[in-house]
Each structure stands twice: as structure tokens, then as C-alpha cells.
Design a protein around this ligand. Structure first.
Ligand code: SF4
Length: 481
């Protein structure tokens, strides 16, 4: 049920988004009515993707102004990106490469090939539109032998492929990032699909020159592999174009962060982290990435110059460690409305923006290798303790956070292993740490209300705060999407 936004201007933005969403769906379905009807029978997750309007409502309840605009921009562009990806794999499988979400897509795109990222569909879009849609996959793969303590991020993707719910493509590019779970999943995916795969072997210490050289040489082998499998050649001018666009969007990203670090951040929460992950890292360099960044940046700048607050009552500046809760993706909305908490930065998008030196193929490949070493999660789950700590504490310091929220996903052994260190180091520095124990994708382990209770207890007992709206402390949403 769509609620009135409180003023006609925001109501119009909301209505336009709804219209544009259906426009995008018609544009996607009209040219291939038969092919897509067949796909709907074969791939049941296609139905889940039709629930996008409900997802937009959950995220934007009581959201107005610049923040509402950035939400709408983000969701429409994610829809466009998803439908384009589906069109590629359904109707041009021989030109499409399955690429793991930790591998930058610029190389594949520079070779004129198309990209399909299974994680984008199965562990990002599906849980976002219906958080219960992935439960069947987790149960299915556990029943087929993949241990239940393998991270659900990797488990769901492997399950969808194993269940024959992933369309075929020409070949696969995977890697051992971000961790052993991702590596195990792609071994299974390759066996299930029976496609040729190049597996990028990233060394444990990848931040030194030696490590980066190895990644760069692995990326060179990726090019040779793709040339052999698809007959396409690397177009260095195209790669230069993608890298140059990346430089432009990265500059905008850095400016956005500066605005968010200020006393009056123009946007908070969900849109900035999605932007950082999708169009700065994974799909960076595309024309769509540039378009999104330009529009996003214009909205942020206008709000910043007018000193507008992103939410009605911004009381606490917070940073999130670990991936935000995918089984409760609209948690940002509750944090803002119930407690006045604005999330300014998160671990996934808090990265060193890469400068792409486009002087020669070698300098470009060096930058692509570095961007891969800086992939979200990967850079925090391997490598040295000092780097981990500098990121964890540096993020809180940079954004002058009132506290750190650690979304303690119990399937991430890497991060769980650091829990004690996080407690110790934050105590030493007097930084409050809110630990939320839960499972990234599975609301049956810890419910959404379970998450809210942990945060509310922390807010009352550690911060000494009272909620802005006590009616939001308990919400009966266990059975909802
Ligand atoms: S959350 Fe942890 S275990 Fe899961 S994929 Fe990321 S790094 Fe690996």
C-alpha cells in the first residue's frame, strides 16, 4: 500500500518512479514476449523481481526531499541494470560471460562482451525485493551437502546454479575472493554449468608490489582465456574509455564523501552504499555508471548547498562494519525513523578510490589489478591486521561517528574472528560499539525484530537515548516480504 508522502512534490517523484519502473518492464518484455514467458517457467526467481514496487515502498516510507530522489534514482537504475543483464544472458548467451562479483567488469566490457553476475540477481536483488525468496536456496544446497556454516552469500548463488536456475553463458571468470566460501561456491558453479572457467588466484598478501604484480599477470591470462573462448580481442581504446569514466566517477565519489563527512550530510543510508558498490566498483566505467553518478551528485550538491538535512531528525552519525543486513535491507529506514540514526559510511564502500593511469595498457592493467585487490569484503577478510584496524577505526574517525554498528554476520568466520579485537580496540578509544548478531541472508536465524531489539537495547543502555517514535520499537513484519 503506497502512503501519501506529505507534499505534492514528493508524491509526484514517487508516482513518476512507479510509472518509470513499469515503463522499464514494458521496454524489457515487449521485444521478447515468448522468450521471456518461457524464461518465467524455467527460472522461478523472475517472479520475485516483479515485487520491486513493494521494495521501494518499504525503503522510502516517510522519506522526503533529496534522500527520496536518490532512492528513486538508485532503484530505477538497479532495475535497468538488472533487465539489461537478463536480456544479455537470455538472448545473447554466446557473448555473455558469467563473472563473479569480486572481479571488475571493465576487461570483459572492453572486449565487447556482455556481463552476467549471478550474485547481483541471487544475493542482492532477490533478497532486496523479497527477503524470504532465498530461503529455499539455502535449504536446498544444505540438503545437497554444502555445509550450513558456509556463508549464505556464497551458498545461495551456488544453490541457484545447482538447482538449474541460472541461464547458461559462454564461460566463467571467478576468483578466490572474497574468501574460502566464494571459492567453494564457484567450484560447484563451474561443475554444475559445465562451462570453461578461468579462476583468478589472488595471493594472500596482495597489497604489496609482488602481490599486485601477480594479480596483474592473472588478469593478462583472463584476456588470453577470453580471446580463446569467445574469439574477441582486447580493445585497449575501449578499456581507456572505461578507465577514464571511472576516474570521473571516482572524483565525484570522493566529493560525495566529503559532503557526508560534514556537519550536514545531504544523504545517508541505503543509496550511497549501493552507489559505491555497484557503480564505483563492480560496474564502474560504464555509461550508466557515469549517468547515475552525475544525477546523484547533482541531487547531493543541491541539498548540501542549501544545508538541508536528509532526514527529519538526524541525531546520531553512524558507520557500519561488515556488509549491511541483506535479510533486512530496509533497516536504514527504521534506524532513521525510530532513532534518528543516519548511516554515513559502510565497510563495503569505504575503499581507496583507484586512479586509473591511462598512459599505456600496462598502467591501466595495474590500476584494474589494484581495484580488484580493493574489492569489497576481500580487503577486510585477508591480509594484515594493521590494514583491518586502520579501516575499522579510520572509518569511524573520518565520519566522526557517534558509534560503530557491527553487523556481525555469523556465517562470516573471517569477521567473527576479529570480534574480540573490535571490542578491545573500541573500548581503548572509548568508541561505543553496537554489535548485532544475525545471519546475512536468513531471517529465520535472527528475525528483523531480533535485530531491532538488539539495536534498541544498545541505544537505551549504552547511548542513553529514547526513541523518536516508540511505536516503531516493535513491528509485526515477520511474515512480510
Ligand atoms: S560475508 Fe564474509 S564469509 Fe561471506 S562472502 Fe563476505 S567475506 Fe566471505
Amino acid at each position: 500500500m503506497r502512503k501519501y508522502k506529505g507534499n505534492l512534490r514528493d508524491q509526484w517523484i514517487d508516482f513518476k518512479t512507479w510509472l518509470k519502473f513499469y515503463g522499464l518492464m514494458i521496454k524489457f518484455m515487449a521485444p521478447h514476449p515468448l522468450g521471456l514467458s518461457k524464461a518465467m517457467f524455467k527460472y522461478p526467481w523472475m517472479y520475485d523481481l516483479l515485487k520491486v514496487p513493494g521494495m521501494i515502498s518499504r525503503h522510502t516510507e516517510d522519506v522526503n526531499g533529496a534522500l527520496l530522489k536518490t532512492y528513486c534514482l538508485t532503484f530505477l537504475n538497479v532495475t535497468e541494470m538488472t533487465t539489461a543483464m537478463l536480456e544479455d544472458i537470455f538472448f545473447h548467451p554466446e557473448e555473455t560471460v558469467i563473472i563473479d562479483s569480486m572481479v571488475p567488469t571493465v576487461i570483459v566490457r572492453a572486449m565487447g562482451l556482455r556481463v552476467f553476475t549471478p550474485e547481483h540477481i541471487f544475493v542482492v536483488t532477490m533478497p532486496m525485493v523479497d527477503t524470504q525468496s532465498t530461503h529455499k536456496y539455502m535449504d536446498y544446497i544444505e540438503n545437497h551437502g554444502l555445509p550450513g556454516d558456509t556463508c549464505s552469500y556464497a551458498r545461495i548463488t551456488a544453490a541457484a546454479v545447482f538447482a538449474n536456475h541460472c541461464p547458461p553463458a559462454s564461460c566463467i571468470i571467478a576468483s578466490n575472493l572474497p574468501c574460502d566460501s566464494g571459492q567453494a561456491a564457484y567450484t560447484l558453479i563451474q561443475k554444475s554449468l559445465g562451462l570453461p572457467m578461468y579462476f583468478i588466484d589472488v595471493p594472500y598478501n596482495f597489497r604489496d608490489d609482488e602481490g599486485l604484480k601477480i594479480i596483474q599477470s592473472e588478469l593478462g591470462h583472463v584476456i588470453e582465456f577470453l580471446e580463446k573462448q569467445t574469439g574477441r580481442k582486447m580493445d585497449w581504446d575501449k578499456l581507456k574509455e572505461l578507465c577514464q569514466r571511472n576516474n570521473v566517477t571516482n572524483e565525484m565519489e570522493l566529493e560525495s564523501r566529503e559532503m557526508r563527512r560534514s556537519n550536514h550530510p545531504p544523504v545517508v543510508g541505503f543509496p550511497p552504499w549501493t552507489n559505491g558498490i555497484l557503480w564505483s566498483f563492480h560496474d564502474g566505467g560504464t555509461k550508466q555508471a557515469l549517468r547515475v553518478y552525475e544525477a546523484f551528485h547533482a541531487i547531493e550538491k543541491a541539498a548540501y548547498e542549501k544545508n538541508l538535512s536528509p532526514i527529519k531528525n538526524l541525531r546520531y552519525r553512524v558507520v557500519i562494519w561488515n556488509p549491511p543486513t541483506m535479510m533486512y535491507p530496509h533497516i536504514f529506514n527504521w534506524l532513521e525513523r525510530c532513532w534518528g540514526i543516519g548511516v554515513l559510511m559502510d565497510m563495503m564502500s569505504y575503499t581507496n578510490e583507484v586512479y586509473y593511469d591511462t598512459t599505456s595498457p600496462d598502467t591501466m592493467m595495474k590500476a584494474v589489478a589494484f581495484s580488484m585487490a580493493m574489492a569489497p569484503m576481500s580487503r577486510h577478510t585477508r591480509g594484515d591486521y594493521d590494514f583491518f584496524l586502520s579501516q575499522f577505526l579510520g572509518m569511524a574517525e573520518d565520519y566522526r561517528a557517534d558509534f560503530i554498528m557491527n553487523c556481525n554476520h555469523m556465517g562470516c568466520r573471517n569477521s567473527m574472528a576479529m570480534s574480540g579485537v573490535m571490542w578491545e580496540e573500541t573500548r581503548k578509544r572509548n568508541i561505543p560499539l553496537c554489535v548485532v548478531d544475525y545471519e546475512l541472508m536468513d531471517a529465520r536465524i535472527c528475525s528483523r525484530q531480533g535485530i531491532r531489539d538488539q539495536i534498541s537495547n544498545f541505544m537505551r543502555s549504552v547511548i542513553g537515548a529514547e526513541p523518536l517514535d516508540a511505536s516503531l520499537l516493535v513491528i509485526d513484519d515477520a511474515a512480510s516480504w
